[in-house]
Write a protein of this length. Structure first.
Ligand SMILES: Cc1cc2nc3c(=O)[nH]c(=O)nc-3n(C[C@H](O)[C@H](O)[C@H](O)COP(=O)(O)OP(=O)(O)OC[C@H]3O[C@@H](n4cnc5c(N)ncnc54)[C@H](O)[C@@H]3O)c2cc1C
Ligand SMILES: Nc1ncnc2c1ncn2[C@@H]1O[C@H](COP(=O)(O)O)[C@@H](O)[C@H]1O
Lengths: 251, 305
C-alpha cells in the first residue's frame, strides 16, 4: 500500500512574525518546523506503514528550505521524499492541483495531511485535494487504522466522537492525534541524510497553473489592543465585574 | 454579484453564525439565497432580513456528514459568491465546492468590503492579510466577526431534492459529549490552566459557567497532563475561539494558547504571577490566586443576575 503524507514547513509556533513593506518577512523567521498537525499525520502514516508493510511517501510543495523537513521525515521512517518546487505559488487552488497530481503520480492509496497549516490556518488542502482525486475525505481525525481493506477513523461528532469507515482512495486530515509522536534515533538521522529527494516541477506533473484570481494586497501586524487594566488582589473582583457589565457590556 | 449562503445548523435550529453570514452579504448591498442542508432551519432562515429566498436541500446524502457528498449536492445551486461559516464542516464543504467549481477558497475572513476585498488572520493571529478576489469564490466567515442580521422577513422557501454518493459510513458513536456548551459556540468562555492545581478544581469554573451560560475551556497542560477532554483545549493545537469574553484562570499565556484566544473581544485574566504573559493580552487583569478570586467572582456574578 502506498501511503502519502502531505507535509508543510511553517514558522515554528514560537517564532516571531515580522512584517516589512506590507509583507511577512520570511527571511527573519528564526526557526522553521513541520506544521504541528502534519506531525500527527506523519505519525499515523508510519503506523499504517508498520501495520500493512506499505511504502510511505512524504510530499511537500515549497521553496528549497523545505527539503530539510523531508529529511526530518525520513529520519523517523518516510521511504520516498518528494519536493515539488513551488515557483512562488501561494494560491491554495494551485497548491492543491500540484499536490493532487503528485498524489496520483505516486499511486497513493491513502493520503494523510494536517487539518490546517499553522501559517495559512485554512483547512482547504485536505478536502480540496480529495475532490481533485475523487477521494473520500474525513477531517479532524485523531486516529486511522486499517482493517480488511477498509480504513477506520475517529472523528468528532455533534454528540461526542464517532468511528467512521471508508474504503477506497481516502484523504484524512488530522487534528491532534492520540499517539505520542516518535523521535528520530541517531541511526535514523544518519540514514536520512543519505536519502535522495525527488525534485519535481509543475510541468513534470503536467499541471498548467492558471493565473490566480486572488490578489494579495498586504499583510499587517494584528490591530493593537489598548493596554489592559490591571488590578492587584481579589478584592478588586467586584469592580472588574461591574466594568465587564458597564464598560465592556459583555455580561 | 449574487451571494449564496450555506446555513450552519445546530441541532434542529440555525446556528447564530447563519445570521452573521446574511448580514455580511447585506453589507455588500446584496440580498442572498440561503441553502438549508436537509431542510434544517428553513422556516427560521426565511425570517431573516436580507434573505431573498430559501432553498431547502433535501436528500438521503444529508443524513450523515460527508463533506464530499454535501458539496456535490449543494454546489450546483450555489451562485457567484458562496458564504459559509468557518466551522470545521463549513471549511470542508467550502473547500470541496471551490475545487468542484475551480474557483478560489478563502477561509476564516473577519471583514469583507467591495472589491471583493477581505481580511483574514494568518500565522494564528500573529498577522492579518488583505486579499482581493476577482470572479466567483467560496468564502468562509469567522464566527462572531460579523454582526447578526435582524428578523422580520418572510422570504419564499423552495424545496430541491439533491442526491450524491456518500463515501463514508458511521460505525458507532463512541462517547457522549458532556452536556456542556462547546467552546466554539459559547459567547463567554472560562478556561482553566495548570494553576488550577487539580482537575477536580475545575468544578469551581463549571459553577461559574452555569451561572452565566459560559463554556469551560482548558490549556493544553491540563488536557495532556490531567486528561481533560481535548475538545476543551484552546490554542494552536486546540480550538480557535472568538467569544465576547474569555476568562483565563491560572493560565500563563504561552504563545500557543494565545493563538487560540487572542482575538476574543474581551479578555479577563486571573493569575497569581503579576508577570504572567497572559496579562499582556488581557483587557482586565486580576493578580490573585484562583482560590481567592473565584469565590469573589462567583458572588459578584450571581449578584448581577
Ligand atoms: C506545538 C505546540 C502546540 C501547543 N498547543 C497548545 C494549545 O493548543 N493550547 C495550549 O494551551 N497550549 C499549547 N501548547 C503548550 C504551551 O506552550 C504551554 O505549555 C501551555 O499552554 C501551558 O499551560 P498552562 O498555562 O495551563 O500552564 P503553565 O504554563 O504551567 O501556567 C500555569 C499558570 O498558573 C498560574 N498559577 C499557579 N497557581 C495559581 C493559583 N493558585 N491561582 C492563579 N494562578 C496560578 C501560574 O502563575 C502560571 O502562570 C503547545 C505547545 C507546543 C510546543
Ligand atoms: N505546500 C504544501 N505542501 C505539502 N502539504 C501541504 C501544503 N500546503 C498544505 N499542505 C497540507 O495540507 C494541510 C492543510 O493546509 P491548509 O489548507 O493550508 O490549512 C497542511 O497541514 C498540510 O498537511
Amino acid at each position: 500500500m502506498n501511503i502519502t503524507v502531505l507535509l508543510k514547513q511553517v514558522p515554528d509556533t514560537t517564532a516571531k512574525i515580522t512584517i516589512s513593506n506590507g509583507k511577512v518577512d520570511e527571511n527573519s523567521v528564526s526557526k522553521w518546523s513541520m506544521s504541528p498537525y502534519d506531525e500527527y499525520a506523519l505519525e499515523s502514516g508510519l503506523q499504517l506503514k508498520e501495520a500493512t508493510g506499505g511504502n510511505l511517501v512524504a510530499i511537500t510543495c515549497g521553496p528549497e528550505r523545505t527539503k530539510k523537513m523531508l529529511t526530518d521525515a525520513a529520519a523517523v521512517g518516510a521511504d520516498t521524499l518528494v519536493h515539488i518546487s513551488d515557483d512562488g505559488v501561494t494560491d491554495s487552488t494551485h497548491v492543491q492541483q500540484l499536490l493532487a497530481a503528485a498524489v496520483k503520480k505516486y499511486d497513493s492509496h491513502v493520503v494523510l495531511c494536517g487539518k490546517q497549516a499553522a501559517d495559512t490556518n485554512a483547512g482547504s488542502t485536505g478536502p480540496g485535494v480529495a475532490e481533485l482525486i475523487d477521494a473520500a475525505c474525513i477531517t479532524l481525525v485523531s486516529e486511522v487504522n486499517h482493517s480488511e481493506g477498509n480504513f477506520l477513523t475517529i472523528r468528532p461528532s455533534n454528540s461526542g466522537t464517532e468511528k467512521v469507515m471508508v474504503s477506497g482512495l481516502s484523504v484524512f486530515a488530522f487534528d491532534k492525534g492520540t499517539s505520542e509522536l516518535r523521535r528520530p534515533n541517531v541511526r535514523g538521522i544518519m540514514m536520512a541524510k543519505k536519502k535522495p529527494i525527488e525534485a519535481i516541477s509543475s510541468s513534470d506533473l503536467g499541471v498548467n497553473l492558471s493565473s490566480s484570481n486572488v490578489k494579495l494586497n498586504s499583510q499587517n501586524p494584528p490591530p493593537e489592543k489598548p493596554a489592559g487594566q490591571k488590578f492587584e488582589g481579589a478584592e478588586h473582583i467586584n469592580e472588574v465585574v461591574s466594568k465587564l457589565r458597564n464598560e465592556a457590556n459583555v455580561i | 454579484m449574487n451571494f449564496t449562503i450555506i446555513a450552519e445548523t445546530n441541532g434542529d435550529a440555525l446556528h447564530p453564525t447563519t445570521y452573521q453570514l446574511v448580514r455580511a452579504a447585506a453589507n455588500m448591498g446584496s440580498n442572498s439565497t440561503v441553502i438549508c442542508p436537509n431542510g434544517i432551519g428553513a422556516d427560521e432562515a426565511a425570517k431573516i432580513n436580507g434573505v431573498d429566498k430559501v432553498i431547502s436541500a433535501t436528500g438521503d446524502c444529508f443524513n450523515i456528514f460527508d463533506g464530499g457528498a454535501w458539496a456535490s449536492a449543494i454546489s450546483p445551486i450555489c451562485g457567484d459568491i458562496t458564504l459559509i461559516s468557518a466551522s470545521p464542516n463549513g471549511r470542508e464543504i467550502g473547500s470541496r465546492i471551490a475545487a468542484i467549481k475551480d474557483i478560489p477558497i478563502i477561509q476564516d475572513i473577519v471583514s469583507m468590503t467591495e472589491g471583493v476585498t477581505v481580511t483574514r488572520p494568518i500565522y494564528s493571529g500573529k498577522a492579518m492579510e488583505s486579499l482581493t478576489i476577482s470572479g466567483n469564490a467560496v468564502i468562509t466567515l469567522r464566527p462572531n466577526a460579523f454582526e447578526a442580521a435582524l428578523t422580520g422577513n418572510d422570504a419564499p422557501i423552495s424545496v430541491v431534492n439533491q442526491s450524491a454518493d456518500v463515501k463514508i459510513a458511521i460505525q458507532e458513536a463512541i462517547d457522549k459529549a458532556s452536556e456542556r456548551l462547546d467552546v466554539t459556540e459559547a459567547d463567554i468562555i472560562i478556561s482553566g490552566g495548570r494553576g488550577m492545581g487539580t482537575i477536580d478544581n475545575f468544578s469551581h469554573l463549571e459553577e461559574i459557567a452555569d451561572t452565566i451560560g459560559a463554556a469551560v475551556g482548558a490549556s493544553r497542560a491540563v488536557v495532556d497532563e490531567w486528561g481533560m477532554p481535548h475538545r476543551m483545549q484552546v490554542g494552536q493545537t486546540g480550538k480557535t475561539v472568538t467569544p465576547s469574553l474569555y476568562i483565563a484562570v491560572g493560565i500563563s499565556g504561552a504563545i500557543q494558547h494565545l493563538a487560540g484566544m487572542r482575538s476574543s473581544k474581551y479578555i479577563l485574566a486571573i493569575n497569581k504571577d503579576p508577570d504572567a504573559p497572559i496579562f499582556a493580552v488581557a483587557d482586565y487583569g486580576v493578580v490573585a490566586t484562583w482560590e481567592e478570586a473565584i469565590p469573589a467572582l462567583k458572588t459578584a456574578l450571581s449578584e448581577l443576575q
